[in-house]
Design a protein around this ligand. Structure first.
Ligand code: KG4
Ligand code: ZN
Length: 364
């Protein structure tokens, strides 16, 4: 809690406030090129192109390939979104583009395209935080956001707990991972077991066929001292090492083992930590809702365990459907619309991408 950062005071003005703005959202933080249109809290269209298939043979994303793919997909994906929604570019009230966190080359392509559109059309532009978009997208599905909530953002790059009173102006970071993110740990365990990239969904699938009780892997930061000092933080690297040791010891001795059981035990350890701390944060800060977002929120065990634990404490969980878990344009349009409705001033036209953008900063 000592390190909690509060959102910097953002300038708001009636000039930018609009009840139901039509916002074009542009996502290009990693391998997805996404375009979406949102009017107020209503999604009109969401279109995504991805270059993910190109990385299977490399075992990871190649930033140069991702940047080029964004350039190739930018105009066709934009055109297809506008056509499907029967919207002309001139009708748009504001453009929101992901300014970070993400791959610098990928972000640059999206931002350059967005700036060219904004300049040509004479529209305001918002360089927004893509991680906060993972939470904002929930409004498009479940309606207006609660007055305050705990945000659990879990992806390939993040595992964070946030206390949110207003996504546009008041976000406090409670804690995060000290080492690997949840999705990253799943991808590493996937690689260890020889599964295709990205390993997360494959490990998830195998875990569903395994016995959770068969192998008990350690929980990070679970000692009484750590529970106090790192109340809202996570650590998955010790767990990943334990999995690696288990697999190599069996391989060395020629002993067969069940990859399904390994995945089940590993998945249980990750999800035990994530869900226990999210519920704890809710109770500590007197919030009644947890909003989950990010690519990892597609994980089947996370989805069932958080529902189970929240229900036991009388808490509500809001989780986007699977199509809004991985990066998409809808989340960017959603956070953009939130900012416009709050009257937040647009970004200056010379804003730059920030690959490490702080989670307490909603807009550049
Ligand atoms: O949010 P996202 O699309 O991109 C980042 O901003 O990181 O998240 C992608 C991450 C990858 O690590 C991927 O393996 C993981 O989310 N992921 C999963 C599942 N689906 C995606 N991890 C575990 N179980 C899943 N079902
Ligand atoms: Zn993401």
């Amino acid at each position: 809690m000592d390190t909690a950062l509060k959102t910097p005071q953002l300038e708001t003005s009636q000039q930018w406030r609009k009840e139901k703005p039509l916002v074009l959202g542009i996502e290009s933080t990693c391998d997805e090129t996404g375009f979406a249109l949102v009017r107020g809290g209503e999604l009109l269209v969401d279109r995504t192109a991805t270059s993910m298939d190109e990385y299977a043979r490399y075992g990871g994303i190649i930033p140069e390939i991702a940047s080029r793919a964004h350039l190739e997909s930018f105009l066709p994906t934009l055109e297809s979104a506008l056509t499907e929604a029967h919207v002309r570019l001139e009708e748009i009230d504001a453009i929101a583009v992901a300014a970070g966190p993400g791959l610098i080359g990928s972000l640059t392509v999206g931002i350059c395209g967005a700036k060219a559109l904004a300049q040509t059309l004479g529209k305001p532009i918002y360089g927004v935080n893509h991680v906060l978009g993972h939470l904002a997208v929930d409004e498009l599905v479940d309606g207006p956001m609660p007055e305050q909530f705990i945000g659990l953002v879990v992806s390939g790059g993040h595992s964070n707990l946030l206390h949110v009173r207003d996504l546009a102006t008041d976000v406090v970071e409670l804690g995060g991972t000290l080492d690997d993110a949840a999705g990253e740990a799943f991808d590493k365990v996937g690689r260890l077991l020889g599964l295709p990239y990205p390993g997360g969904p494959h490990v998830d699938k195998l875990s569903q066929a395994g016995n959770v009780e068969a192998i008990k892997f350690p929980r990070g930061l679970a000692s009484a001292r750590d529970k106090n000092k790192y109340r809202y933080d996570f650590s998955f690297s010790g767990l990943k090492t334990a999995v690696s040791r288990y697999v190599s010891a069996h391989e060395k001795q020629g002993e067969p083992f069940s990859p399904e059981d390994v995945c089940a035990g590993f998945s249980e350890a990750v999800n035990d930590s994530l869900t226990a701390k999210a519920v704890q944060a809710c109770l500590d800060l007197e919030c009644s809702t947890i909003v989950v977002g990010g690519g990892y929120s597609a994980n089947s065990r996370l989805r069932s365990l958080i529902e189970e634990r929240a229900q036991a404490k009388g808490l509500t969980v809001r989780m986007p459907p699977l199509r809004f878990c991985t990066d998409n344009g809808a989340q960017i349009a959603a956070i953009g619309s939130t900012l416009v409705r709050a009257g937040v001033r647009p970004s200056e036209s010379d804003f730059a991408p920030d690959s490490q953008m702080s989670l307490t900063v909603p807009v550049m």
